[in-house]
Write a protein of this length. Structure first.
Length: 214
């Protein structure tokens, strides 16, 4: 399985342990590139306007990373989107986004919408946003299996489209069968798996899936 991890410039304190991913491929986004180098990870590429790093830090980034794409601050895409577009061009099976949530609300919401956009445009690559309390991903119609995670016991399903049709949850504390769920509904907040795994399926719409803990 080909996996690309992307480190954004969100609060480092919210980045989950990444030691088990250190040997995988990494991409830096703006200040996230500096964070990777501090953690002993040399990314294969880096993107951004680098307006959030010092002159000394930028010099260090340039010295360490030949594949550096530096942009002017005045551009149509965020640094994260530029990195995500590049990562998708490498045709990975999975992309994980770190440092993409928990800081500025506009950046967090924009990154969730990015995942939604490319989950539709490039469904062959599973895209996740991960921090030390949450895992977020987005799916279109289908049937999917989820496994119990003791570090993130709660699973919520939020419609991204105006409606989600045919939502069925099996193996959950609060099961559903062929449920119609409107955007803004809190029906599917804080569910839990009863066994080691369960399934969710739906026939129409787009779902945001969030696994979290308290």
């Amino acid at each position: 399985m080909k996996i690309i991890n992307i480190m954004g410039g969100g609060p480092p304190s919210l980045v989950p342990p990444i030691e088990k991913f250190m040997e995988e491929e990494w991409v830096g986004v703006d200040r996230g590139t500096v964070e990777l180098l501090k953690r002993g990870i040399k990314p294969i590429a880096a993107f951004g306007d680098f307006d959030s790093v010092s002159i000394e830090e930028l010099a260090g980034v340039k010295a360490e990373i030949p594949n550096l794409a530096k942009y002017k601050p005045e551009k149509d895409e965020t640094d994260m989107e530029l990195a995500l577009i590049w990562a998708l061009e490498q045709e990975p099976d999975c992309i994980r986004l770190f440092g993409a949530s928990g800081g500025r609300i506009d950046h967090s919401l924009a990154n969730i919408q990015l995942v939604e956009k490319y989950a539709v445009l490039a469904p062959q690559s599973a895209i996740y946003i991960l921090d030390n309390r949450n895992a977020v991903w987005i799916k279109g119609p289908g049937t999917y299996q989820v496994h119990k995670d003791s570090t993130k016991k709660y699973i919520s399903f939020l419609p991204s489209t105006e409606t989600v049709k045919g939502l069925t949850l099996k193996g959950f504390k609060y099961p559903l069968v062929d449920q119609y769920v409107e955007k803004g509904s809190t029906l599917c907040i804080s569910n839990e798996l009863l066994e080691d795994s369960g399934t969710f399926s739906f026939s129409e719409g787009i779902l945001i899936i969030i696994r979290s803990n308290d």
